[in-house]
Design a protein around this ligand. Structure first.
Ligand SMILES: [Mn+2]
Length: 328
């Protein structure tokens, strides 16, 4: 049994400001190549790590060109919602999103914590997934990243979360691979961190993130990194995997505008100065409304019901804004 995994293709109808090419056209070409790779490697299933769309409710005209390519996959595709797929990072909004809609039509299949079992030639593979949610990388990592194997030969668990090999700057929200060594999944596959991380193996268990299928930012590492998909093969005596680079992906230097990169570096410096001033003035370290909510909730010891209601209203507000309504 073989799987093809890729993640974070952020389907959208416009080009991000740093890109010099026509982003939607480039992405259609990449997706067609992914379809060809799936055929060439004779995979049985496609796995997608989330951020299927760049916004929760893209225009139908935007979706059509991409979904037409997705329908050329001759095997089922399983995915999980990324933060970009949900209104207000709220899982409860999924039925009102485009991802929820296409899952309902059967174009993709959503996989959750409750595992599904795939069988071929006497081999049984357990597949589970954890989409993004408000508490991702903030609550106990076991709840999102760790799974138990039951009645299967191999287990795959997909997560849309900020799993990293080593600590980054103080205050960043992430989970370290070493915190989830006790998972029983043979393959833990990650989306969300677009840069990916070096392949990690411990006791025969693999933690892999091949990076996003698209380059959205003009971060130095984003320009340099490969654009690739992952093939996992369970047909031999032990599991193997390989990463296949896309020929249709242009080098970062060709599609990301360097003058804007320099401008951005200048802006970042200004922003860093501004943030230092804000930090000096008060204790609020973030401007994300959900993070502010969490800080306030902790400080005020708010009840879970109040927090849930606040989250619900934030999601409704984001949904209304995305639909062009300025009054909530
Ligand atoms: Mn993403």
């Amino acid at each position: 049994m073989r799987f093809l995994f890729f993640t974070d293709d952020h389907k959208r109808g416009t080009s991000p400001e740093n890109r010099t090419d026509n982003f939607p056209v480039t992405l259609v070409h990449k997706l067609k190549e992914v379809v060809e790779i799936a055929q060439e490697y004779e995979v049985d299933y496609i796995l997608h790590g989330g951020d299927f769309f760049d916004v929760p409710a893209p225009a139908i005209s935007v979706c059509a060109d991409f979904l037409e390519v997705y329908q050329q996959f001759s095997v089922p595709l399983f995915t999980i919602p990324g933060n970009h797929d949900l209104f207000g990072h709220n899982t409860a909004t999924l039925p009102r999103t485009m991802l929820g809609f296409i899952a309902r039509l059967g174009i993709v299949r959503l996989v959750g914590r409750e595992p599904i079992y795939l069988e071929k030639n006497g081999l049984r593979v357990q597949l589970s997934g954890q989409g993004y949610h408000f508490e991702m990388d903030r609550r106990e990592p076991q709840l999102d990243y760790v799974v138990q194997k039951k009645d299967c030969d191999y287990a795959i668990h997909m997560v849309h979360g900020m799993l990293l090999q080593r600590s980054i700057y103080p205050g960043a929200i992430y989970t370290l691979i070493e915190q989830i060594w006790d998972t029983e999944a043979d393959f833990t596959l990650l989306g969300h961190n677009h840069l990916g991380f070096p392949d990690t193996e411990k006791d025969g268990k693999y933690f892999l993130n091949p990076g996003a299928l698209v380059r959205l930012s003009n971060h130095q590492h984003e320009i340099k990194r490969p654009i690739q998909v992952l093939i996992i093969d369970f047909s031999g005596s032990s599991p193997t995997y390989e990463k296949v680079r896309l020929k249709s992906a242009a080098p970062g230097e060709d599609v990301l505008d360097r003058s804007r990169l320099e401008e951005a570096a200048f802006r970042e410096q200004k922003l860093a100065g501004y943030l230092a001033e804000v930090k000096a003035a008060g204790s609020y370290e973030r401007t994300d409304v959900r993070v502010l909510l969490q800080e306030i909730a902790a400080a005020e010891k708010m009840s879970p019901a109040v927090i849930d209601e606040a989250l619900r209203r934030i999601s409704l507000a984001e949904e209304a804004i995305s639909l062009g309504e300025d009054k909530v």
